[in-house]
Design a protein around this ligand. Structure first.
Ligand code: SF4
Ligand code: SF4
Length: 471
């Protein structure tokens, strides 16, 4: 059969599948109420692999805030103090351009990754999925049992057992949310600041305490009740899938060419899907992957494991649901490196190179010189005139920097009002005079180059405008 014949057949078979599922969301009932999903406990090779990965991920999440380089955390996103540390390197608002290019690079990387591998991030590395499926859901299974037991528990009156189990789950969920909130806050203000709250009390750190309470409540709400809605309704990345994915993107997909038409294992003349719904029962977002790629699918792989187990039972090859692209399934094509991927790769490579250059050439000190407001020029003795300037400096290093200023390409002098000793990781501001003799100034405005020196070595060059008398 030619490729086009295969495609025609595939499309034909696809159209045979009922499309009415697209009219509603599995988590919302016909009356518009929340359809609370009770997925079955997954088991299988991929679930085990995801569990191992999540252990590594959780260890990293809970230890990273304690790891420091030169006394500073490895990661800090302190939006309040506008201090950002990535891999131990401090970035300041003055580094906004680098930060913007870094974000752009990250965005292109995400796009490239998604075009190639779909939502693999969501299933394997997204903190929401890891905490929901690998922490909170496992605790829920442990306390309330598997899905049938959970449903029975929900249906029974509030007797001793129900109060005990629901109470235990609520307390454990709240305590875990509180723990996660502490570490989450640690990534924003630093774990030492969070520690001070414990040592010095909430009244001394009322702001930190308020943030902690807010984060705890948000996490508690998300993991106890909101759950998969965060992925379906809130997450912007999920919403982007429709734009980013194409027929070559690798996703968790049902092989409808092999599986359709569905039928019982004991019957002849149908595809490999035995219509057992095992894949639907394990889905945490409540969808049927056999309906095709859907916005709700977080690529958690639970349906792959469930279907593989069924295929084992009925003696058919595994992989009826597997990681595959539309073209893998419909045309039996191997995954190709498409022009779209090539284009994104070129853009990403260019951005990475540009970012590397910016990082390598990033100055330790940034300086801005402005004329002191309200001042023009001052007449001095000896036929000299002076201008007063303010200089604002940011020291991006972890050491005190002693600086000196010199005029470049001009015969004049600089008179400092204070010594320029810029404390580590801080801003410093002072004033200074630039002085010329009158015969050296021929214009109302003269551009002068000011060199910033550390230990006799010029580390930066900046300009200032010198105002003289009108000639
Ligand atoms: S369809 Fe499969 S991969 Fe997608 S969310 Fe449901 S169980 Fe996970
Ligand atoms: S688990 Fe496999 S066989 Fe069962 S309904 Fe899903 S796709 Fe069909």
């Amino acid at each position: 059969m030619s490729a086009s014949d295969s495609e025609t057949l595939a499309n034909y078979k696809k159209e045979m599948i009922d499309q009415s599922f697209r009219d509603s969301v599995a988590t919302i009932s016909k009356e518009g109420n929340r359809n609370y999903i009770h997925p079955q406990k997954p088991k299988g090779k991929l679930y085990n692999l995801r569990s191992y990965f999540s252990y590594f991920y959780l260890i990293l999440f809970f230890t990273l805030p304690f790891i420091k380089i030169g006394g500073e955390p490895v990661f800090l996103i302190n939006v309040l103090e506008r201090k950002f540390i990535l891999f131990g390197k401090i970035f300041w608002p003055q580094d906004f351009f680098i930060f913007a290019i870094g974000l752009l690079t990250f965005l292109v990387f995400i796009i490239l990754f998604t075009v190639a591998f779909g939502r693999i991030w969501c299933g394997w590395a997204c903190p929401q999925t890891i905490f929901m499926e690998m922490v909170f859901r496992k605790i829920e299974f442990f306390i309330e049992g598997d899905v049938a037991q959970q449903k029975r528990l929900n249906a029974r009156p509030w007797d001793g057992e129900k109060i005990l189990k629901k109470g235990a789950k609520t307390i454990v969920f709240f305590m875990l949310s509180f723990l996660i909130a502490n570490f989450f806050l640690g990534y924003i203000i630093g774990i030492d600041e969070v520690g001070k709250l414990v040592q010095e009390g909430i009244f001394v750190h009322i702001g930190t305490f308020s943030a902690l309470v807010l984060f705890t409540l948000v996490f508690f709400f998300v993991y106890l009740w909101f759950r998969e809605q965060a992925c379906i309704i809130v997450c912007p990345y999920g919403r982007l899938q429709g734009v980013l994915l194409d027929k070559n993107s690798i996703l968790v997909a049902y092989d409808y060419v092999r599986g359709e038409p569905r039928g019982k294992a004991t019957e002849q003349g149908h595809g490999d899907c035995v219509n057992c719904h095992a894949c639907v029962r394990v889905c945490p977002t409540g969808i049927d992957i056999r309906n095709g790629t859907q916005l709700e699918c977080v690529n958690c792989t639970a349906c792959i494991d469930a279907c593989d187990e069924i295929m084992d039972h009925v003696g058919k090859p595994k992989g009826l649901i597997r990681y595959a692209s539309e073209n893998n399934i419909a045309l039996k094509e191997k995954t190709t490196y498409t022009w779209r991927l090539k284009l994104y790769t070129i853009v990403l490579t260019a951005l990475i190179c540009f970012l590397a250059i910016l990082l390598i050439t990033r100055a330790d000190v940034s300086a801005r010189i402005i004329k002191t407001p309200g001042q023009t020029y001052q007449q001095l003795d000896n036929n000299k005139i002076s201008n007063l300037y303010n200089i604002k400096l940011a020291n991006k290093t972890r050491r005190i920097i002693h600086l000196d200023l010199k005029l470049e390409d001009a015969i004049g002098e600089i008179k400092l009002i204070n010594k320029i000793d810029v404390p580590k990781e801080s801003y410093f501001q002072t004033s200074f005079f630039i002085i010329f003799t009158k015969d050296q100034i021929h214009n109302r405005k003269t551009k002068v180059n000011v060199g910033i020196y550390e230990n006799g070595k010029r580390i930066q060059n900046t300009t200032a405008t010198f105002l003289g008398p009108t000639i």
